[in-house]
Write a protein that binds this ligand. Structure first.
Ligand SMILES: [Zn+2]
Length: 150
């Protein structure tokens, strides 16, 4: 799958995960990888920065993952008082933007704070063949941006 096809595939999978789940039209090659990005409690219902119907994607991912030899999981992981949190900027509210040394930053509610249940992967995510988890990210709160949609 080239980059263009991957982008189309990803857009389709994200836009209509349940339709995608029914399609069964994917045939990964040995060098293909499924990258599962930030499927964490903070981004699903009940989390601190939820995506509506976020848990709907979990069974789709679980099924897709069985078809890939290579699966990588990422995990959003912030220090308390992270620079991308609105609570770190006096008088600012979540979803406002501020100008920081590296550019414009959308301010997020406090979310995915390292070591909290909010930052855990969704418990129904079942990918026993995952080879690598990127995260926890750690780092200094003043040096880490968050462009993660959260
Ligand atoms: Zn984040």
């Amino acid at each position: 799958m080239n980059r263009r096809h991957f982008a189309s595939f990803l857009s389709f999978a994200l836009a209509s995960p349940l339709s995608f789940a029914a399609s069964k039209k994917i045939t990964p090659k040995a060098n293909s990888a499924l990258v599962v990005v930030d499927v964490q409690n903070c981004f699903v219902e009940g989390g601190t920065l939820p995506v509506q119907n976020g848990k709907d994607v979990v069974p789709v991912i679980n099924r897709l993952a069985t078809q890939f030899d290579n699966v990588v999981i990422t995990q959003d992981w912030h220090t308390p008082a992270h620079i991308s949190f609105a609570s770190s900027h006096q008088g600012r509210k979540p979803f406002e933007a501020v100008q920081l040394s590296y550019g414009q930053q959308v301010l997020w509610p406090d979310h995915c704070i390292q070591g909290t249940p909010d930052a855990d992967l969704v418990s129904s995510l079942h990918i026993p063949n995952a080879e690598l988890i990127f995260g926890p990210r750690g780092g200094l709160p003043s040096l880490r941006a968050c462009n993660c949609g959260g």
